[in-house]
Design a protein. Structure first.
Length: 264
């Protein structure tokens, strides 16, 4: 990493108390080991496996996270409406209808004065029918033109095809497009033309012996009997998944992306 490079860590969906514990026990060490300038984590499952509260959000920030992104569970806790209206370090999907609490983009300044825009969009394939994320991203990039040196995107979506399309749509215009939501880390990290770091899904930070963070028995039973049932967050060993991205601050282009997987 050169003297003018920015190094950031993007962490996949943090699930429940074990996900928060994983960050408390590892983010500080990761910052020291890799010389991180910025830590971004998806927090939409931080509170009991679904949604976010002021308490769970504060826990993640205390662990060393600088910015939290969200997704389709952003409003699942009632208090999130007030929390997002006042907590400026949280970014929710920018393609929600106008007038909702919170913000769809946040520009933060690192210790070496690099202006980093962090934004969040939600997909529409097999997801709630929000505004078009592709057109929304075009409009947002135009609205912050000249205000940021580096732009990083969390695309919270289900379909790998939609995530691929979104990455290629923004290739050469942002430093990174990292997918979230499916809780399974993909192995397709790459640098797209124009210096855009891309991965289809960052994976999950939460219970290791689980099915996407939930107790295995409950999910298996749900598939077998086809009745809806409440997801219960698993306990025990945890995993931390994400990527470390190096970005040239002068050009705003990514130079490398490397997966991070930690189990304990």
């Amino acid at each position: 990493m050169g003297v003018r490079d920015l190094r950031l860590l993007m962490i996949g969906d943090v699930v429940g108390s074990s996900g928060r514990k994983a960050l408390r026990e590892n983010v500080g060490e990761l910052k020291k080991e890799y010389g991180l300038d910025l830590v971004i984590a998806n927090g939409e499952n931080a509170a009991g496996g679904i949604g976010i509260t002021q308490e769970s959000g504060a826990d993640l920030f205390a662990a060393g996270v600088d910015v939290l992104t969200m997704g389709n569970h952003v409003w699942d806790k009632k208090e999130a409406l007030d929390y997002l209206a006042t907590e400026r370090r949280i970014v929710r999907p920018a393609n929600y209808p106008p007038g909702l609490p919170g913000r769809g983009v946040l520009i933060v300044e690192t210790a070496n004065k690099c202006r980093v825009a962090v934004t969040n969009f939600s997909g529409r394939a097999f997801m709630p029918a929000l505004d078009c994320p592709f057109r929304g991203a075009d409009a947002l990039l135009k609205s912050i033109e000249g205000q940021a040196d580096v732009i990083v995107v969390d695309f919270h979506a289900e379909a790998t095809s939609e995530k691929n399309a979104f990455g290629w749509h923004l290739a050469g215009r942002v430093a990174a497009v990292c997918g979230t939501h499916t809780h399974i880390q993909t192995a397709d990290e790459r640098i797209l033309p124009g210096g855009t770091a891309y991965i289809t899904d960052l994976g999950m930070t939460g219970p290791y012996d689980s099915i996407i963070g939930a107790k295995k028995e409950k999910i298996i039973e749900r598939f077998m009997i086809q009745l809806p049932m409440r997801m219960e967050v698993a306990t025990g060993l945890y995993q931390l998944n994400g990527v470390i991205i190096d970005i040239d601050e002068l050009s705003g282009e990514a130079t490398s992306i490397c997966r991070v997987q930690h189990y304990e």
